[in-house]
Design a protein around this ligand. Structure first.
Ligand SMILES: Cc1cc2nc3c(=O)[nH]c(=O)nc-3n(C[C@H](O)[C@H](O)[C@H](O)COP(=O)(O)OP(=O)(O)OC[C@H]3O[C@@H](n4cnc5c(N)ncnc54)[C@H](O)[C@@H]3O)c2cc1C
Length: 313
């Protein structure tokens, strides 16, 4: 429940830019999710700091999201404040020929295009991954040709008390589709950050034409292999560390391609994509995901872990 005095403060200070009971289905690529108590799209660091400090004072929990392309929000929604980074600037500040500071709210696709146009190599693996730069770093998003950890040099992160700290690469622990801060930063009190606000990348020079061709062929492969025109959150499960195949191959071999629960379906095109075919609820998707986990576990003895972040109530 949002306290009335906080509600009034938010209404007064943020006018139409803060919404109450905002359906999260509008802000996730799966197009499911119940209401967030409060939903805000700050545009600057100062706005973000004010929001987080005020909500901290009022003990309101805070969830930061990017493009919502790796999220499954449950049907009863999210209690507290949801901060979307989608309007949080889209600046790129080159600090040398191949070092860029990029706002966490920038679309990853825009960063990829910027790098191609200026002949900077290192981001092409990410061509076609939707969402924001911040979300991609938090997820260590990637493909067979690379992941965010290959080029991140440092991160600027915002704490609940309003401090912004820089985490160097040595303080970050990237793993398959995850980022954790190291024991060192934990001791220094740096790991409880609320939001990632900007990212410094170190890239290297290359021929723009070569990068362009590479990007085009990656997009073609994506369109051929993935159901990119229907709502999904990309690969639903992580690939198992070892075993007889990728998550998609195991789901396919278990005979689950095309299986429905309510409006949710295992894509016929790529078995690791759960798609929202027909006004699915989060419950439909979760039930289908559970059937997948049980079937794959029975057939292959492998417990699939979700790559998609499941949040809310
Ligand atoms: C069609 C499709 C194809 C995809 N292909 C790929 C692929 O090839 N490889 C891949 O790895 N992924 C892929 N994905 C998944 C998804 O696009 C990536 O994980 C993406 O990087 C998530 O970015 P986002 O901004 O949407 O993050 P969100 O989904 O909004 O958030 C992801 C996580 O990061 C946190 N977060 C986001 N921004 C911030 C921030 N600024 N500060 C603190 N925490 C934050 C959120 O709380 C959440 O826990 C695909 C998804 C779709 C729909």
């Amino acid at each position: 429940m949002v306290d009335n005095s906080l509600k009034n403060w938010l209404k007064e200070k943020w006018r139409g830019r803060v919404r109450f009971d905002e359906p999260m289905s509008k802000h996730t690529s799966l197009r499911v999710g119940g209401p967030a108590d409060v939903y805000a799209e700050p545009e600057t660091r100062e706005e973000m700091i004010r929001l987080i400090q005020e909500c901290g004072r009022q003990n309101l929990s805070c969830t930061v999201i990017g493009g919502g392309t790796n999220l499954l929000v449950k049907d009863r929604g999210i209690r507290g404040l949801v901060i979307s980074m989608m309007k949080f600037g889209s600046e790129i500040c080159p600090s040398s020929e191949a070092v860029l500071s990029v706002s966490a709210g920038m679309k990853l696709g825009s960063l990829c295009r910027y790098c191609i146009d200026r002949g900077l190599e290192g981001m092409n693996f990410a061509v076609g991954i939707p969402g924001t730069v911040g979300g991609a770093v938090m997820m260590n998003a990637g493909t067979a040709s690379g992941s965010m950890q290959d080029t991140v040099e440092s991160l600027d992160v915002l704490h609940s008390d309003g401090r912004i700290c820089r985490l160097q690469r040595t303080q970050l622990h990237f793993a398959y589709r995850s980022l954790k801060t190291s024991a060192f930063s934990l001791k220094a009190g740096l790991s409880d950050f609320v939001a990632l606000v900007s990212v410094r990348f170190c890239l290297w020079p290359a021929d723009p034409e070569k990068l362009k061709k590479e990007a085009q062929s990656m997009m073609e492969i994506r369109r051929k292999k993935q159901p990119v025109t229907v709502p999904s959150a990309g690969c639903f499960f992580k690939n198992p560390a070892a075993g007889p195949g990728s998550a998609g191959e195991l789901i396919d071999r278990a005979g689950l391609k095309g299986k429905y629960v309510g409006g949710a379906q295992i894509s016929e095109k790529h078995a690791n994509f759960i798609i929202n075919r027909n006004s699915a609820s989060a419950a439909d998707i979760l039930t289908l995901a559970e059937i997948v986990r049980e079937t794959v576990s029975e057939k292959f003895g492998i417990i699939l872990e979700t790559e998609v972040k499941i949040i809310g109530e």
